[in-house]
Design a protein around this ligand. Structure first.
Ligand SMILES: NC(=O)c1ccc[n+]([C@@H]2O[C@H](COP(=O)([O-])OP(=O)(O)OC[C@H]3O[C@@H](n4cnc5c(N)ncnc54)[C@H](OP(=O)(O)O)[C@@H]3O)[C@@H](O)[C@H]2O)c1
Length: 211
């Protein structure tokens, strides 16, 4: 499958490596695609880079892995038509990075997931991979077994696809509900971030324990 990942940072590269390991073709997108030349060379066959528009057009599934407060601008640059009818996996968190740890911006109704879905009425947004650090995205190994990935979105087929990706990457997925609940996933990411900063725990992930 062709996966278009909008982003040039650690999240895009880590997801890209995972998708390549699963036998997909991957294009990473940036305003300056040339800065991804080392990543594409190191990643080998199936890896490429392009502009945001080229990447969104390329992807049969498109992933948003850009700065969370820039998502809507990136969609404008990419062209909403290039997402039409596609599953869009949103890994973003809208963070104010002016101090550390960062602070969450947005809330119910103005979360990153909702803004992305509103900007892409012809596409099907499924939020995932925003509640864990990128070093654990692919085949994480924990003594307690596979961790849980919280996902949300409005479209059942999109959530089935996003859930399959989570499973392929070594996660259980937990469907939290519609994209209107995106803010709660973004706030959950803050729990991960605050506890990671407090204890220098970058190798942690969530798991719901149930009887
Ligand atoms: N870091 C993690 O472990 C982690 C884990 C889960 C989720 N997340 C979330 O995943 C997303 C990506 O995180 P990251 O750490 O890989 O990278 P990042 O530094 O948050 O974002 C880098 C990307 O955002 C784009 N960007 C930044 N400002 C922009 C603007 N004003 N207009 C257009 N594009 C802009 C950059 O485009 P150019 O390539 O053109 O420079 C680049 O592709 C974020 O939303 C983050 O909160 C992060």
């Amino acid at each position: 499958m062709k996966i278009g990942i909008l982003g040039s940072g650690d999240v895009a590269k880590s997801l890209g490596r995972g998708f390549l390991s699963e036998g997909n073709e991957v294009m990473l997108g940036s305003r300056s695609p040339e800065k991804l030349s080392t990543w594409t060379a190191e990643s080998g066959n199936g890896a490429s880079s392009g502009t945001f528009a080229e990447t969104a057009e390329f992807g049969e599934v498109v992933v948003l892995a850009v700065h969370g407060t820039a998502s809507v601008d990136v969609i404008e640059m990419a062209g909403a038509d290039n997402f039409k009818g596609k599953v869009v996996m949103d890994a973003t968190n809208p963070l104010d990075m002016s101090a550390m740890p960062p602070r969450l911006v947005g809330g119910l109704g103005s979360s990153s997931g909702e803004l992305i879905q509103n900007a892409l009425p012809g596409a099907f947004v499924g939020k995932a991979f925003n509640t864990v650090g990128n070093s654990q995205f692919y085949k994480p190994e924990f003594a307690g077994g596979p961790p849980d990935m919280f996902i949300c979105g409005n479209d059942a087929n999109a959530k089935t696809e996003v859930s399959r990706i989570c499973n392929d990457f070594g996660w259980n997925s937990i469907d939290v509900g519609g994209i209107d609940l995106s803010h709660y996933l973004e706030a959950t990411a803050m729990v991960w971030i605050i506890t990671a900063f407090a204890g220098n725990h970058w190798d942690q992930a969530f798991k719901l324990l149930r009887n």
